[in-house]
Structure formats: C-alpha cells, structure tokens
Design a protein around this ligand. Sequence first.
Ligand SMILES: COc1ccc(Nc2ncnc(-c3cccnc3Nc3cc(NC(=O)c4cccc(C(F)(F)F)c4)ccc3C)n2)cc1
Length: 302
Amino acid sequence: DAKKKKVFNNIRDNCDPAEFWDMIGELGDGAFGKVYKAQHKQTGQLAAAKMCVLDNEDDLADFTVEIDILSECRHENVVELHEAYFISNKLWMLLEYCDGGALDSVMSELEKGLTEAQVAFVCREMCRGLQFLHSVRVIHRDLKAGNVLATMTGGVKLADFGVSAKNKSTLQKHDTFIGTPYWMAPEVVLCETFRDHPYDFKVDIWSLGITLIEFAQMEPPNHEMTPMRVLLKIQKSDPPTLDQPSLWSKAFNDFIAKALVKDPEKRPTAEELLKHEFVSGPLDSKPLRDLLLEYRAEVVEE
Ligand SMILES: COc1ccc(Nc2ncnc(-c3cccnc3Nc3cc(NC(=O)c4cccc(C(F)(F)F)c4)ccc3C)n2)cc1
C-alpha cells in the first residue's frame, strides 16, 4: 500500500534497466557490488552501471542519500547520475561513463606521476567541483586520485567509489535542521550547536593537498607506513610537503602548503584556492588529454 511503500524520487520503481541498457563489459567488482560498462539501446549513450542486491527495502534508504546527492549535484566536475532503477531487490545506478578512467589507474598503468602542467589543470577542476559540492553542503570526505575520473576530452570529475555504508556516513548532508530547542538538555544543545561545525567541509581541502602530492609522486605521503602509524603521524607531525620541492615550482609548493594547514579554521576554502597563482592562470587540458592517450595506448596494447 502507498503508506508502506516509501516512494523514493529519482528511482524508477519496478522497471528493468535491461529493457533500455545493454551491459557490454565489466568496470569493477568491488565490495559495493558489480559495476558494468553499459550502452543505451536507443541512444548508444555509454554509462557505468552499478548493481547492488538489497536484502530488504530498508537498505534502499542507505542508497537514497547517494542517489539524492548525485541527482542534485549537476556540475561539470562531479560525476553525473543518469538513472536509477529498483527491481526485484536489485538497485541499479547508471552514471555518465568517463572514458579516461580513474587517475590512480592511469598513474599505475603508465608507472609515472603527473607533470606539473597536468596536476595544475586537474587541481583547478577539482577545486571547482569541491566549490560546488560545498556550496550544496555536501562533504566528500574521501578525496584521492582513485576517486578522480577523467574523460578523453579532458574532463575531470569527482566521484566516490567507497562502500555505500561509508558513503552514507561520508556523504552526510549538513542541512538537517536542529529540533525544537525548548526541551533540549544542555548536552544536547552543546552537541546540536557544535554538531554542524562550520569547518567540516575543510577536510576535503586537506585531502586535496594530499592528492596533489599523490599525483606528483604516485603515492600519498607516509604510504610506506601502516594505517595505524599514519593516524598518529598525521596528528602529531607538521604538514607533509613534496619529497623534492626543488623539482617543482614555487607556486605548486605554495599551493600545497596553503591546503595542508592543520588548523581547519586557517585552511582556505576551494573558492579562495581558485585565486591562487598555481590554478588561476591560463590552463590547458592538452597535457591531461595527451596523458590519457598514452594510457589508452598502453591499455589497448595489453
Ligand atoms: C577500469 O577502467 C575504467 C574505465 C572507465 C571508467 N569510467 C567510469 N565512469 C563512471 N563511473 C565509473 C565507476 C567505476 C567503478 C565504480 N563506480 C563507478 N561509477 C559510479 C559512481 C557512483 N557514485 C559516485 O561516484 C559518488 C557517490 C557519492 C558522492 C559522489 C560525489 F560526492 F563525488 F559527488 C560520487 C555510483 C555508481 C557508479 C556506477 N567508471 C572506470 C574504469
């Protein structure tokens, strides 16, 4: 009955994607479920299709955070959701297909990091994506090269391949209202008022800085340590820098130093970083497009 059946907007209920889409290849088989390369039967449009088997309809609620966010987040630097289907306990999400793949795969396949020109272009696009996400009060919380997708035409798109449960926690929308305060206990008031700490979104700026070091050096700082050791190190050490600063421009080193400020209140916003000389000059997508052509040649060769 209508009452029980929660209607989720953006999801086509009891509609089979196989009616409209052919699954033409596999893109990944992660913890989250299978991901296929799909082609629309009529339009020929390509998509990345993620299928998750849900035990019951309540699990669907877990995914609606991701679906609602992706449906609202229409921006050229954020991966775009085409359609979502829910049929016989299977949830399908079809996203625009980024034919360049994820940037961590590009680096590991070519066994080299990005040049400064490539980093500067990708960095500007990522800042624009972050500026948008933060403007609609979405915090990514898992920025890294593996979550940056590219297209052969030089498009750069923020994505998040994390496991859905993590997505739910990482993609907390921060505009939930505070309940009526009259009956609130003091500790609830304290928690409620400081819950929506205005600097939460600054976590993405730190991760952006770390991701730039990953682009330049193929690995993030401290990659040789165990995760436990890294937690302690990040907490007590000075912010990381490029291993060999003299190999890179002053602007690049300075941009990283600005993003990797430990105090979130002093860390700049994406909007402020877009004014930095590292990304404010004329930047061309050609260096990135050339890298992707190299990558495609390698992958095709295999
Ligand atoms: C191995 O070679 C390739 C070649 C091309 C591609 N291209 C591509 N293009 C688009 N999506 C994918 C993809 C690959 C593996 C897993 N998921 C993929 N996309 C995807 C992403 C999502 N969700 C998000 O990216 C997401 C979720 C929450 C928030 C956000 C954000 F905050 F960034 F907006 C983004 C949901 C469903 C799917 C199918 N992959 C990938 C690998």
